[in-house]
Design a protein. Structure first.
Ligand code: 13P
Length: 247
């Protein structure tokens, strides 16, 4: 008997041209034929959001962006605002992915500002946190991640819909995953940090990093894991669907 609704979200990262939306269509068709009790979302590159939203309209697949600027509009060449994502058809947006923290120097304060922007626009943010291998090896994983939670979740999240994704940097795209004990320990620490920051927060906490059809059931079964954020394996409908149906 299924315990609870899981949240299964794909992050296509900088992958996908219009032709690849056939994969998203296949997810839609499969879920129409055999519905899942889980929440399902796909976060597309900004260029595909409007098309994806059109093609997934009326389906249970929620559409998301992968990042947004903190401002609603302005002289920020190349950036996309939360309002723009919302108008294009998104209902979710990722904030603070480690590829943005590391590659674009985003701080916890930047991430919190993006989360506020998401709320302003009516998007549900998925706030990413996670330690590097160096930090874990130094025994600092719990400290680093709980500080990220405290710094990245603005108080205005209180009472609003959002999710946190624990994505250890060393598990992303590497095929390595933490042990179930490490995941359980971290999710409990994130839950506690969230409650300390926002009061009785019940936001889902997702695990992300090398989730695939083979390990999804085990990871989704870990105490405190309310869903998964899937990178590479979300690009192919068959793999993603296997994960959606594993929870
Ligand atoms: P992979 O599933 O490819 O490891 O990526 C995880 C991730 O970064 C999702 O946001």
């Amino acid at each position: 008997m299924k315990q609870s609704v899981k949240m299964i979200v794909g992050n296509w990262k900088m992958n996908g041209l219009a032709a690849d939306l056939a994969q998203a269509e296949a997810v839609r068709v499969s879920l129409a034929e055999a519905p899942t009790g889980n929440r399902v979302g796909l976060c597309f590159p900004a260029t595909l959001i409007a098309q994806a939203a059109g093609r997934l309209k009326g389906s249970p697949v929620e559409v998301g962006g992968q990042d947004c600027h903190a401002a609603a509009s302005g002289a920020y060449t190349g950036s996309v605002s939360a309002e723009m994502l919302k108008e294009a058809g998104a209902s979710l947006v990722i904030a603070g992915h480690s590829e943005r923290r590391a590659g674009f120097g985003e701080t916890d304060a930047d991430v919190a500002a993006k989360v506020k922007a998401a709320l302003r626009a009516g998007l549900e943010p998925i706030v990413c946190v996670g330690e590097t291998l160096e930090q874990r090896d130094a025994g600092r994983a719990l400290e680093v991640v709980t500080l990220q939670v405290a710094g990245s979740l603005p108080e205005s999240l209180s009472g609003r819909a959002f999710a946190v994704a624990y994505e250890p940097v060393w598990a992303i795209g590497t095929g390595r995953t933490p042990t179930v004990e490490q995941v359980a320990e971290m999710h409990a620490a994130i839950r506690q940090a969230q409650v300390e920051r926002l009061g009785a927060a019940r936001a889902p906490i997702l695990y992300g990093g090398s989730v695939n059809p083979k390990n999804a059931a085990e990871l989704l079964g870990v105490d405190g894991v309310d869903g998964v954020l899937v990178g590479g394996a979300s690009l192919k409908a068959d793999d993603f669907l296997a994960i959606v149906r594993a929870g």
